[in-house]
Design a protein around this ligand. Sequence first.
Ligand SMILES: [Fe+2]
Ligand SMILES: [Fe+2]
Length: 276
Amino acid sequence: MAILTILVDNFARSRGLLAQHGFSLWCEAGSNRILFDTGADGDVLQSNAAALGVDLSKATDIVLSHGHWDHGGGLARAMDLCPAARVWIPSGALLPRWHRCATENRDIALQEGVRSRLVLDRKRWQETTDLATLGDGIWITGPIPGERPAWTHRDLWRNELLDVPDDVPEEQALVLETPEGLVVVAGCAHFGIDNLLDRLGILFPGKPLATLVGGLHLESAPQQELSRLSGRLLEAGARCVVPCHCSGPYASYQLSKSDGFSCEHGVVGKKLSFPV
Ligand SMILES: [Fe+2]
Ligand SMILES: [Fe+2]
């Protein structure tokens, strides 16, 4: 049995669990214990893990989906709390990045404390550039290629002054192979759902998608695109979609109206289990 537990999300509905803008998920599968993303800071990650009975010291792997502060902000603490874990960072995640629009110009790269820790602990982490296996039937995709739709990287730039767009090319996903199909975890889905499904088709030919959980970055996706994506997810075999974090309440609601798969918004503490 594989068990996924949401540790950090924008929403929490139970007493004792903290919400913050960010995402982190704990995955138990076989002998692997994987921390996928770390939320925006170590305090919330540590507090929610303790409240949910998740023993981070057992982690075999820490996987970073991409180099934004709300996914990697807890990484330095996670490296302390998960002393035996291998750390997987997608190539390009450490480049500068900014959120710039009419009302703000904000550095959204990994925080200075995280970057210093990675410098000091260089032997502890490795860059992923392609598909990599963490264990039997457990994979990280490596950076997912493909042209991204505008809504997945609106107002994201490489530089605080220069107009160099950032479509977050490094973002990777976690994939579990189960008898029912692929269980896929996304951090923010800046890669776009279409590119994810295309990549899964290449990396795991003939294997249907069973479950998609995580940030889907559909907040500003047009209505007709949400309907189309519902259809594509269904076509890919989806039975369960759990939008979290940056998915957007309207998009989650639209996805939940699909007849073909179940869809319930993720919150801190939500658990999903699968036979493996
Ligand atoms: Fe995010
Ligand atoms: Fe992001």
